[in-house]
Ligand binder design. Structure first.
Ligand SMILES: Cc1cc2nc3c(=O)[nH]c(=O)nc-3n(C[C@H](O)[C@H](O)[C@H](O)COP(=O)(O)OP(=O)(O)OC[C@H]3O[C@@H](n4cnc5c(N)ncnc54)[C@H](O)[C@@H]3O)c2cc1C
Length: 417
């Protein structure tokens, strides 16, 4: 359907949804374009926990499918799903929310039946006894937990010296320990030289001279922004080598009327952040500043054990010479964990030793991604209310996992002198 729109939103994942919902509420006429026949993006279709939010009615949205191509700064052509003539949309503004896809090096044959990435792995339909996972980022570590839990032998090949180095060291160490306990063979600081494929197996040759044989390989080494098929060159927008677009504080690209949000702008590449980035971009697009920029995003990693954190790590605070102290609560000491049997885990609070301000919250263990939110809420309080005192002076339900905050706060206060 031809038409003039205030905004075209390209991509119907969380970033596109966040942007479109906000724009419609602001009274804009919005066209949403996606190459898929269904809303939801990768978040819903290729990995993340299905988002119920997408089931909400998307009022006022006109949806097109397939192959959006920029013609110039204010026109986009789309091809209807059933084929036929291309249609042209005229727009005042655009939001690019096309997400990302697994990075596929040219020398790896992803059409081979034994070679998978995180999209293709969902189609695995034959039994595997041993799996190589190449790349030990969040997705690689999560899948290592899943497959070892299913009884597969897993070799996790990490190109870095330690797992998930953006985490607090103690938490990253705990992850390494528990993955190894489960049976994952973690091989740090290794890079592939080449991959040999056979009908029934693969052999990964590493630059260190090692060779690993397995029934299949799951490639989890990075993602690329989906910008290559939009004809961005007609707009004069140039993505970086990973296909990602640079944006300013307001999620504006180099063109003032074109915004971008979600995985297509790079880290943190989380559905949680993408949705809020989309909303924030939409707010600025209509000249409002009622949606804050996405700054403090908690990390939620669904490994076994689960990991979650927000704020600074010990390493960052030490480098910045902040006088901090540590308070810890081990799950095995909590009544609730004893009852549920989920005794593996720890909550660690980093706080300023003079002001008691909470500077970082790091948790691993069952429900860590939920537990972190309690601390996040206190950490974001203003006017001096973001301190350990809250946990010491507030009565929580008992027995609960939230008690970990009180235990960790008391543990930390006991360290002060
Ligand atoms: C295995 C896995 C697990 C994950 N787990 C989590 C998690 O636990 N928590 C979390 O917060 N995040 C998680 N993520 C990340 C999360 O999926 C992404 O951050 C999120 O989906 C990004 O949202 P988006 O809107 O930017 O892009 P997407 O969800 O990728 O949506 C982009 C949309 O744009 C469309 N599109 C792409 N190119 C074009 C084009 N040229 N024309 C038209 N339409 C186009 C796509 O069809 C898609 O619908 C995970 C990702 C993976 C792969």
């Amino acid at each position: 359907m031809q038409g003039r729109y205030d905004v075209v939103v390209i991509g119907a994942g969380p970033a596109g949804e966040g942007a479109a919902m906000k724009l419609v509420k602001e009274g804009c006429r919005v066209a949403m374009v996606d190459e898929r026949a269904r809303l939801g993006g990768n978040c819903v279709h290729l990995g993340t926990i299905p988002s119920k939010a997408l089931r909400q009615t998307v009022w006022n949205l006109m949806r097109y499918q397939r192959d959006p191509l920029f013609q110039d700064a204010h026109r986009l052509t789309v091809t209807p799903p059933e084929g036929g003539l291309q249609e042209t949309l005229e727009f005042a503004h655009a939001v690019i929310a096309t997400g990302s896809r697994p990075y596929r090096p040219a020398d790896i044959d992803f059409t081979h039946q034994r070679v998978f990435d995180s999209d293709k792995i969902l189609t695995l339909d034959y039994p595997v006894r041993k799996l190589i996972i190449y790349g030990a980022g969040v997705i690689g570590c999560e899948y290592a937990s899943i497959f070892v839990g299913l009884g597969y032998k897993v070799d996790l090949v990490n190109t870095q010296a330690q797992l998930l180095s953006f985490l607090d060291d103690e938490i990253a160490d705990a992850l390494s320990y528990y993955l190894r306990e489960l049976g994952v063979l973690v091989r740090n600081q290794e890079e592939y030289e080449r991959l040999e494929t056979f009908d029934d197996s693969v052999v990964l040759h590493l630059k260190s001279g090692k060779k690993i044989k397995a029934d299949a390989i799951l490639w989890c080494n990075g993602r690329s922004g989906n910008t290559d098929t939009l004809a961005l060159e007609r707009l004069g927008l140039v993505p970086n080598s990973r296909g990602q677009l640079a944006v300013d504080e307001q999620y504006r690209t180099a063109l003032p009327h074109v915004f971008a949000a979600g995985d297509v702008i790079g880290p943190p590449a989380l559905a949680s952040a993408a949705y809020d980035q989309g909303r924030c971009a939409a707010a600025h697009l209509v000249g409002s500043s009622d949606v804050p920029r996405v700054e403090e995003v908690p990390t939620g990693i669904y490994t076994i054990p689960e990991i979650s954190s927000i704020g600074k790590t010990e390493k960052q605070l030490t480098e910045a010479k902040v006088p901090y102290e540590v308070g810890q609560a081990f799950f095995r000491h909590l009544a609730r964990a004893q009852i549920t049997g989920e005794t593996v885990g720890m909550l660690k609070l980093l706080f300023h030793r003079e002001t008691l301000e909470i500077l970082g919250i790091h948790c691993f263990g069952d429900n860590a991604a939920e537990i972190v939110h309690i601390g996040q809420a206190i950490m974001q309080q203003k006017n001096g209310a973001n301190t350990l005192r809250y946990f010491v002076n507030t009565t929580f339900n008992y027995p609960t996992m939230a008690e970990a905050y009180r235990v960790a706060a008391l543990n930390g206060l006991n360290r002060l002198f």
